[in-house]
Design a protein around this ligand. Structure first.
Ligand SMILES: NC(=O)c1ccc[n+]([C@@H]2O[C@H](COP(=O)([O-])OP(=O)(O)OC[C@H]3O[C@@H](n4cnc5c(N)ncnc54)[C@H](OP(=O)(O)O)[C@@H]3O)[C@@H](O)[C@H]2O)c1
Length: 234
């Protein structure tokens, strides 16, 4: 049986851990050659070893324009094009309304809005007509979560980018509460709010990313695919 991403070139920002790493692994299993990015070289090296083959790490900060340029220069040199861009790197921290600092705002918008914006814009010369561009959003864009208003607003902003760039984007992959090394106790306490009764896993998200990355979503563009066990739906 032919593989879904046979011979494709993929770039996954924030590909050294959790959701990004899960997607990078699946992309390679389905035949892609994958470039992963992240700020910490040690995590990138660990991820490349875990993926096993067809993975190349490029260190860089997704919110820094010179890093983005250097990353694409390397991709161009080694592969010459991008078939799948998964702009996944993201950051959150809790900060209550009334106590929101300028630093919190700048960091969150810089990574979660500036990062994907310049990741896609910088990739344009390497993207073809049939390339898939995917953002990682969040169900937080559509529901209220205490002390997460700035994060939620960043995810609403990239949802809006996907609509504005309808001819260029596949869509937004919006995870619900997903098992990662973060505050899983907090997430577990909220399991009762998830109709399917469990947290998501990076593999659940990777399957969603695969759908958007592959030809199976050929006639789909700019959608929001919520992989959330139904949490944002009721
Ligand atoms: N986990 C959830 O429950 C959940 C729910 C909804 C949405 N999301 C979204 O899903 C995406 C991935 O989340 P995750 O839980 O997998 O995150 P994670 O476990 O914190 O991993 C984040 C990945 O992104 C990289 N990264 C972070 N900031 C970066 C930056 N400025 N430049 C380059 N790389 C950066 C990290 O590596 P370095 O730290 O080494 O840079 C790491 O590889 C994010 O956009 C997040 O908002 C997650």
């Amino acid at each position: 049986m032919s593989k879904k991403l046979e011979g494709k070139i993929a770039v996954v920002t924030g590909g050294s851990a959790d959701i990004g790493l899960g997607a990078a692994k699946e992309f390679v299993v389905e035949g892609a050659r994958v470039f992963i990015t992240g700020r910490r070289q040690i995590e990138l090296d660990r991820a490349v070893a875990e993926i096993g083959h067809n993975a190349i790490a490029i260190q860089g900060d997704a919110s820094e324009l010179p890093d983005i340029k250097r990353i694409y220069d390397t991709v161009n040199e080694k592969a010459g094009r991008i078939d799948v861009l998964f702009a996944n790197a993201g950051f959150y921290e809790f900060q209550k309304f009334g106590e929101i600092t300028e630093e919190h705002f700048d960091n969150t918008f810089g990574t979660n809005v500036g990062g994907p914006l310049f990741a896609v814009q910088g990739a344009l010369p390497l993207l073809g007509k049939k390339s898939s561009v995917i953002f990682t959003g969040s169900i937080a864009a559509n529901i209220g979560i205490p002390a997460m208003s700035v994060y939620s607003a960043t995810k609403a902003a990239i949802r809006s980018f996907a609509r504005s760039w309808i001819l260029d984007l596949k869509g937004v992959l919006s995870p619900g509460r997903t098992v990662t090394p973060g505050p899983n106790k907090l997430k577990n306490d909220l399991i009762g709010t998830i109709p399917l009764g469990r947290l998501g896993t990076p593999l659940d998200l990777a399957k969603g990313a695969m759908f958007l990355a592959s030809d199976e979503s050929e006639y789909i563009t700019s959608i929001e695919l919520e992989v959330d066990g139904g949490e944002a739906q009721y």
